[in-house]
Design a protein around this ligand. Sequence first.
Ligand SMILES: C[S@@+](CC[C@H](N)C(=O)[O-])C[C@H]1O[C@@H](n2cnc3c(N)ncnc32)[C@H](O)[C@@H]1O
Length: 287
Amino acid sequence: MLNNDHLNKSEIKKRLLEKLNTISGNQADQESQIMISYSAKKENYIDVKDSEIDKDLINKILKERIKGKPLAKIINEKGFWKNIFYSDDYTLDPRADSEILVEQILNDCFKIKKKFNFLDLCCGTGCLGISIIDELENSFCDFIDISKKALNACKKNIIKFEKQKNSKLFHSDLFENYPINRLKNIDIIVCNPPYIPTSNYLNLNNETLYDPRISLDGGELGIDYYIKIIDHLINVKFKGSLYFEIDPIITENMYKYLLVKGIKIDYKKVDYLSLDRLIKITLPNNN
Ligand SMILES: C[S@@+](CC[C@H](N)C(=O)[O-])C[C@H]1O[C@@H](n2cnc3c(N)ncnc32)[C@H](O)[C@@H]1O
């Protein structure tokens, strides 16, 4: 722990790194910077002055972190894309892997000049939809989640990033309470559904298990949500584009299902670790 010695920012960081190396692995450097900037109420480590660092607060955070609680769950914050999002016990902490969805959707949208309507389905913190509309002027996003508490977190982020005029929240089991008329006006659905096969769920590492089960468990093969979503969208003849987060753990079963349904994959993308992470698909009624 940090003691009462007078320590400057880089000395504190060095001490934190010593403590975090075993628990946080290759994230230790980033986590030590986050702890220091959080304690100083600054968004960036570089802006922190020595006098602003709250060592008592860092000690408290470190104590929890050493017990294995993820940093984001201790400080209720997680950096994603270009912002820091509120996250809590009821939300999946935003993952860097998911940023490829934002990057790719923005790439596709920048090619067309229009006002887009998005739907962030299974929104959690809202990190996907909010990051997208933050970069596309005049665009609008609906957010759906089955968890009222996750929607509360999403609302906090919408307020934090001043997107109240460009967003609407829906408490719904997938499309159950979502007006069909709104769906007709959606250009792009972005969705990172729960996709861990149930049998793999309990073998997840302890830190992942801090995220709510409802955000992770995707049924027997991990593809229950994709099937329900796609079947519904085919039924209602959805005309827009569909971007899903995927994972190598489910790709084989997912591709089999898409083949059987005659659904075309427009393209796939890999994440920073070269793992399958995104598919864009076109539904049969769009061909
Ligand atoms: C993997 S998390 C994704 C959160 C966020 N979009 C992200 O990428 O960080 C899945 C989210 O789906 C929500 N969810 C689970 N079942 C749902 C359902 N039947 N209808 C709507 N949302 C659901 C969970 O509450 C959780 O917030």
